[in-house]
Design a protein around this ligand. Structure first.
Ligand code: CTP
Length: 398
C-alpha cells in the first residue's frame, strides 16, 4: 500500500497547480485525499479534485450526506503527512493561532504527522511581518515551510510569493517521508537551547539561542528510528515525535547533571546547546536592589559538558560538538575538536547572513577528526539537521 497524503487547498490562484501535485502523488503510488476551503473551490472544482485523487473531497464539516466518522479526526489518523498548497496568508494565520473554523484548519490541528506548508501570495503580503511571524511560529513548531520562489505573480508583479512548483513540493515531501530506519535501535542524546544562570530570584544570564537547531536534530534522529533524549534549556520549541524524551533544564549545572546521567547508554551524542560558560558565583537570595551606584558580579566557570563527555566516552560512542566562531573559524573549530575530544565539530558561522541564532536557516561546515570537511549550503535548519546526522552516521561504524 502506498503512503497516505492529505492535500489541503486554500483559496489562491496557485490552486490550479495543486491539481498537478495531486497527479504527481498518485502517479508515484501515494493514496491522496483532499480537503479544500470554500474559497479554494472558486479556483478549482470539486469534480476535478475528486477525479484526480480518486477520492471524495472533504470540504464541509457539517455535510449530512457522509459517513458517520468524525472526518477530520479519521483523516488526520489516516494521513502520513498533510501538505497545504497553496497556503494563503489567511490560512497560515489560522494555523499559527490555532483557529479551527473550517474543515482544513480543523484538520490541521488534529494531524500529528509531518506538516508541509507551501505559501503563495503577493510579494507585499508575503513580506508583511504578520505573515512572516506566523510562518516563524509554525516553523518553530516543526512545520516544513516550503518557501515560495521569486517570479512572475498573478497580480502582474514580479517578486517572492510564487508557490513552489508541484515537482519541487512533491520531491521535498517524498524525500522527507522516505522510509529511513537507519538509526533504529540507536540511542541519541541531544542538548539544545540556552541555559539561564540565576543572579537573584528574578534575573539571570542567558543568551539568544532559540533551541531550534537542537529540536530539528532531535526530530530528524527520531524519524530515522532512534530513541532520542533531548536535554534542553528554556526554549519555546516543541518536539513532535513519540521517540523523543524531553528533559527540561535551566542552568548549565542542571544540563551537566542530566547529560551525565544519560550518557552511558548513548550511541550518538550531539551537543548543540549554547551553554553559559560562566555563572554567578553566588545567587542573591533576595532581589538585588539598586541602592549602590555600581554592581559587580563575580562569575565562575561552568562545567564544560562536551569536554566532560569527551573524557569519558567509549570508542563506540560518537561525540558531536558545535562551535560558533567569529575569526579564524576553521582553525579555532579544529582546536575545539581536539581539545574536547569530539569526533565531529559543526561550525556555525556568524558571518553568513541567515545563519546562527534566531534564524530559521543555517549554514555549517562539519569538521571531522580525520581532517575531512563537509560544507553545507544555506538551508533550513531541518535540512541542516538531516545533513549533520548523515555525516555522523558515516562515522558511527568506524
Ligand atoms: N559546551 C558545553 N558546555 C559548556 C560550554 C560549551 O557542552 N559549558 C559545548 C557546546 O554545546 C558546543 C561546544 O561546547 O557544542 C562549543 O561551545 P563554544 O561556546 O563555542 O566553545 P567554548 O568551548 O565555550 O569556547 P569559546 O567560548 O572560548 O570559543
Amino acid at each position: 500500500m502506498g503512503k497516505h497524503i492529505v492535500i489541503g487547498i486554500s483559496g489562491g490562484i496557485a490552486a490550479y497547480k495543486t491539481l498537478t501535485l495531486i497527479r504527481l502523488f498518485k502517479k508515484n503510488g501515494y493514496e491522496v485525499r483532499v480537503t479544500a476551503t470554500r474559497n479554494a473551490l472558486q479556483f478549482v472544482t470539486q469534480l476535478t479534485i475528486e477525479t484526480l485523487s480518486e477520492n471524495r473531497l472533504y470540504t464541509d464539516m457539517f455535510d449530512t450526506n457522509r459517513t458517520l466518522e468524525v472526518e477530520h479526526i479519521s483523516m488526520a489518523e489516516w494521513a502520513d503527512a498533510l501538505v497545504v498548497a497553496p497556503a494563503t496568508a489567511n490560512i497560515i494565520a489560522k494555523f499559527a493561532h490555532g483557529i479551527a473554523d473550517d474543515a482544513l484548519s480543523t484538520l490541521f490541528l488534529a494531524v500529528k504527522k509531518p506538516l508541509f506548508i507551501a505559501p503563495a501570495m503577493n510579494t507585499n503580503m508575503y513580506e508583511n511581518p504578520a505573515v512572516q511571524q506566523n510562518l516563524d511560529i509554525l516553523r518553530d513548531r516543526g512545520c516544513f515551510i516550503l518557501a515560495p520562489n521569486e517570479g512572475f505573480l498573478a497580480c502582474g508583479t514580479t517578486g517572492s510569493g510564487r508557490m513552489q512548483e508541484p515537482e519541487e513540493i512533491f520531491e521535498t515531501v517524498d524525500e522527507k517521508l522516505e522510509d529511513d530506519h537507519s538509526l533504529q535501535g540507536k540511542n541519541v542524546m541531544i542538548t539544545a537551547g540556552p541555559t539561564y544562570e540565576p543572579i537573584d530570584p528574578v534575573r539571570f544570564i542567558g543568551n539568544h539561542s532559540s533551541g531550534l537547531m537542537g529540536f530539528c536534530l532531535a526530530e530528524a534522529a527520531a524519524r530515522k528510528g532512534a530513541q532520542v533524549s533531548l536535554v534542553t534549556g528554556p526554549s519555546n520549541c516543541s518536539a513532535h515525535h513519540h521517540n523523543i524524551t524531553r528533559y527540561d533544564v535551566k542552568t548549565a549545572e542542571e544540563m551537566y547533571q542530566q547529560c551525565m546521567s544519560l550518557v552511558d547508554n548513548q550511541d550518538i551524542i550531539i551537543m548543540s546547546a549554547a551553554v553559559a560558560d560562566f555563572t554567578p558565583a553566588h545567587v542573591a537570595p533576595e532581589k538585588i536592589k539598586k541602592e549602590n551606584t555600581q554592581l559587580t558580579l563575580e562569575l565562575v566557570k561552568t562545567k564544560d559538558i562536551l569536554a566532560s563527555v569527551g573524557k569519558i566516552k567509549r570508542d563506540n560512542q560518537l561525540l558531536v560538538g558545535f562551535a560558533l566562531e567569529t575569526e579564524n573559524e576553521i582553525e579555532n573549530a579544529r582546536k575545539k575538536l581536539h581539545n574536547k575530544n569530539a569526533d565531529l565539530i559543526v561550525l556555525n558561522s556568524l558571518r553568513t547572513k541567515g545563519a546562527g541564532f534566531r534564524t530559521a536557516t543555517n549554514q555549517v561546515t562539519i569538521l571531522a577528526r580525520d581532517g575531512r570537511e563537509f560544507a553545507s549550503e544555506l538551508k533550513s535548519k531541518q535540512e541542516i539537521a538531516t545533513e549533520i546526522l548523515q555525516t555522523a552516521q558515516k562515522y558511527i561504524h568506524q
